[in-house]
Design a protein around this ligand. Structure first.
Ligand SMILES: NC(=O)c1ccc[n+]([C@@H]2O[C@H](COP(=O)([O-])OP(=O)(O)OC[C@H]3O[C@@H](n4cnc5c(N)ncnc54)[C@H](OP(=O)(O)O)[C@@H]3O)[C@@H](O)[C@H]2O)c1
Length: 300
């Protein structure tokens, strides 16, 4: 299958490329730069020049392909709401190119969208339409284009990690370095789920091969790691004290991360594992954080 992959040069997308190629697929990878095009060619993919702001370039990539995996996102969190709206336009454009065909569009979301009951792990069969994260717009848009005849499935992600990058933990490390203390809120018992980036890449490939629409997958290897444990390993890595903060102190310490710092985000992948025969093999988040080179990591 020829797969149009947005975000092909990103942390996760660049790991999806070899996973797809090894399974016998061809990859048309979106890139907005010459350097990105060169790296895609070196990886064995075909570059497709375009931009999330240039919707025609996205329609064109989708039109040339048998399926689309959408992982690109503008991660400038100071513009998070606007960037979620941009993702809506992108999903609509990709959907517009695929409507009425049997070509699958896989979009990306976060595991939090499946959390409904307090303290219970998020699940694939739950869509919490009241979730306060503006990223919920991606899933609303996926549902809207499905109504118009697009085959859509959703991959929901936790903190995706290796020994270099770890989702929200990467900016958290930068913030810890800037503040000189590693912090958690209250007792730090709120949990974040996680998965290794290679396991996540494999899951996208299995979802593609399954060709099923109308389903959500939780790419979760570890159901919930207490944030206090994460703060402790970062504190040890950066050699700074580890402290508990009150809610009132959160905004000053965490900056834009304050909206995530206290969230309890456990998530289950029981259904995904069974449905896709997906067996994550790790390593785990804490192991990767222990192995990280903190002299390089998230240097501000
Ligand atoms: N990493 C995580 O733990 C995590 C957790 C939850 C959800 N997610 C979601 O998973 C997806 C992939 O995340 P990631 O960690 O791989 O992100 P990333 O490393 O920041 O990569 C983002 C990708 O989007 C591309 N991109 C950004 N702005 C673009 C634009 N204007 N035009 C074209 N391409 C553009 C980037 O291209 P350049 O190479 O040109 O910059 C890059 O390929 C995103 O939707 C993200 O929100 C990730």
């Amino acid at each position: 299958m020829r797969v149009f992959l947005t975000g092909a040069t990103g942390f996760i997308g660049s790991r999806i490329v070899p996973e797809l190629l090894a399974a016998g697929h061809q990859v048309l990878g979106l890139t907005r730069s010459e350097a990105g095009a060169r790296s895609l060619i070196a990886a064995g993919a075909e570059p497709h020049r375009g931009d999330l702001e240039d919707l025609d370039s996205l329609r064109d990539g989708a039109a040339k392909s048998d399926a689309v995996i959408h992982t690109a996102f503008d991660h400038n969190f100071s513009n998070f709401v606007a960037n979620c709206e941009k993702d809506k336009r992108v999903i609509e454009a990709l959907g517009g190119a695929l409507a009425g065909s049997d070509r699958l569009l896989i979009i990306t979301s976060g595991v939090g969208m499946g959390s409904a009951e307090h303290g219970q792990p998020a699940r694939e069969d739950v869509f919490n339409t009241d979730h306060p994260n503006p990223r919920i717009l991606s899933e609303f848009t996926g549902a809207a284009i499905a109504e118009k005849g697009v085959k859509v499935s959703v991959v929901r992600l936790p903190q995706v990690h290796d020994t270099v990058k770890q989702g929200l933990i990467t900016p958290l490390i930068a913030q810890t370095r800037a503040k000189g203390v590693s912090a958690y809120l209250g007792e730090g018992r709120n949990r974040w789920s996680a998965a290794h980036v290679l396991d996540v890449a494999k899951l996208y490939r299995l979802a593609l091969d399954k060709q099923e629409a109308g389903v959500r997958y939780n790419a979760v290897a570890e159901e919930g790691i207490p944030v206090r444990e994460i703060a402790e390993v970062i504190g040890a890595g950066l050699n700074v004290p580890v402290v508990s903060l009150s809610q009132d102190e959160a905004a000053d310490h965490f900056g834009w991360l304050a909206m995530f710092a206290g969230l309890d985000l456990p998530a289950s992948s029981e259904w995904t594992r069974a449905h896709l025969s997906w067996q994550p093999t790790g390593p785990g988040l804490i192991a990767d954080l222990k192995q990280m080179d903190y002299s390089q990591a998230a240097a501000a």
